[in-house]
Design a protein around this ligand. Structure first.
Ligand SMILES: O=C(O)CCC(=O)C(=O)O
Ligand SMILES: [Fe+2]
Length: 320
C-alpha cells in the first residue's frame, strides 16, 4: 500500500474521490465516468477503501441523521433490545464485554418503507415520522451511491453484464452506531478489527475521530473524518467475487477523550444462500483462481463461529 502519511505519522489519507464535479461525470460512457472507473478501481485494489464526496447527500441531511441517531440511542435499553433482526448481529448490539463502548441498531431491508415503519413503530409506539423520513431519504441516496460504485467497478473490469443480477441478489441493511466516550486519554477499543463481510459498505461518521485502517505492512493508521464525505469499504463478498483483485481492508474503531462518536452505514450483501462464484472473465494466467465457489450464508456461519484475525475468507474459501 502506497501510504500517504500526514505530518502526524499516525494519520493516513486514504484516496478521496469527488463524485460531484458535474453530473456529466456520472453519465455512463462519458470521459468523466471512465476516469471515475479508474480512480475507484485503483483505490479499491490498493487500499480496499476510499472516501467519497457525493453532493446528492447534503451535509444537512447527514447532520439530521446524526441527531435522529442520538434520539434513537437515548431510548431505554429495553426498547432498543426489541430490535432483534433475523440474523446474528443485524439487531441491537450493546453491552458486549469485548467492546463495552459500542452500541448499534440495524434496520433490515431498509429500502422497503414498511420495514422502516415497523422499526419506528417498535422504537416509538407513538410514532416518529421525522425519523422515518430522514432514514428513507438518507438510505435511498446511499443506495444510489452504492449502485454507482458497483457499476463503476464492474465496468472497469469489463464485467458489467453481471451488474443486474448482483443488484437483484443483494440484501440491504442500515446500521446506526454509537461509541461511548472512554473519558480517558489512552485509546480504548470501540470496535474490534475486522474485514466487512458485505459486498460494499458505505459509512458516514461524525466529526469525532476513531476509525483506523490496517496497512498492508501491518501498521494501524487513523482515518481523519471529513465533513460531508462517506467512507467506502470493500467487503469479503465482493473481494471473493473479484478473485481477490479488490482488497478487503481490516479496520477498527479506537476511542479516546470525552466525546461520544456516532456513525451510520448502508451495507449491501449477497442474499441468503447465494453462491459466490468468481466469473471466468476474472481468471487468467496472471490472476489464477484464488477462491472456490461457496455459499455466502455458510461462510457467515463459519465467520460467526471463528471470528478470528480478519483472514476468515482465505481460510474458508481460499484455493491452496
Ligand atoms: O463506526 C465506524 O466508523 C466503523 C463501523 C464498521 O466498521 C462496521 O460497522 O463495519
Ligand atoms: Fe466495518
Amino acid at each position: 500500500m502506497d501510504l500517504k502519511v500526514d505530518d502526524d505519522d499516525q494519520i493516513i489519507q486514504i484516496p478521496l474521490i469527488d463524485f460531484t464535479k458535474g453530473h456529466q461525470d456520472l453519465e455512463e460512457g462519458s470521459d468523466g465516468w471512465k476516469n471515475l472507473c479508474d480512480q475507484v478501481r485503483q483505490a479499491c485494489e490498493e487500499y480496499g477503501c476510499f472516501q467519497v464526496v457525493y453532493s446528492k447527500i447534503s451535509v444537512e441531511l447527514c447532520e439530521e441523521m446524526f441527531k435522529s441517531s442520538k434520539e434513537l440511542f437515548d431510548l431505554p435499553d429495553e426498547t432498543k433490545m426489541k430490535n432483534t433482526g433475523s440474523k446474528p448481529y443485524n439487531g441491537y448490539i450493546g453491552k458486549i464485554d469485548v467492546v463495552p463502548l459500542y452500541e448499534s441498531l440495524g434496520i433490515e431491508d431498509v429500502l422497503n418503507l414498511e420495514a422502516v415503519q415497523a422499526f419506528v413503530q417498535l422504537m416509538w409506539p407513538d410514532g416518529n415520522s421525522v425519523f422515518c423520513e430522514i432514514v428513507n431519504s438518507m438510505t435511498k441516496k446511499m443506495y444510489e451511491l452504492n449502485l454507482t460504485i458497483l457499476k463503476l467497478l464492474m465496468e472497469s473490469y469489463g464485467v458489467e453484464k453481471y451488474y443486474s443480477s448482483h443488484v437483484d441478489n443483494s440484501d440491504i441493511i442500515f446500521r446506526a452506531m454509537k461509541y461511548k466516550a472512554p473519558n480517558s486519554n489512552d485509546s480504548e477499543i470501540g470496535l474490534q478489527p475486522h474485514v466487512d463481510k458485505s459486498c460494499l459498505s458505505i459509512l458516514c461518521q461524525d466529526s469525532v475521530q476513531g476509525l483506523e485502517v490496517l496497512s498492508r505492512e501491518g501498521n494501524w493508521f487513523r482515518v481523519a473524518p471529513l465533513p460531508g464525505a462517506f467512507t467506502v469499504f470493500i467487503g469479503d463478498a465482493l473481494k471473493a467475487w473479484s478473485n481477490g483483485r479488490l482488497h478487503g481492508v481490516k479496520h477498527r474503531v479506537m476511542m479516546n477523550g470525552d466525546k461520544e462518536r456516532y456513525s451510520f452505514g448502508l451495507f449491501s450483501s449477497p442474499k441468503e444462500g447465494l453462491m459466490i462464484e468468481v466469473p471466468d472473465e476474472l481468471v487468467d494466467k496472471e490472476h489464477p483462481l484464488l477462491f472456490r465457489s461457496f455459499n455466502y450464508t455458510d461462510f457467515l456461519h463459519y465467520y460467526y463461529s471463528h471470528i478470528d484475525d480478519g483472514n476468515e475468507l482465505e481460510v474458508y474459501a481460499g484455493v491452496v
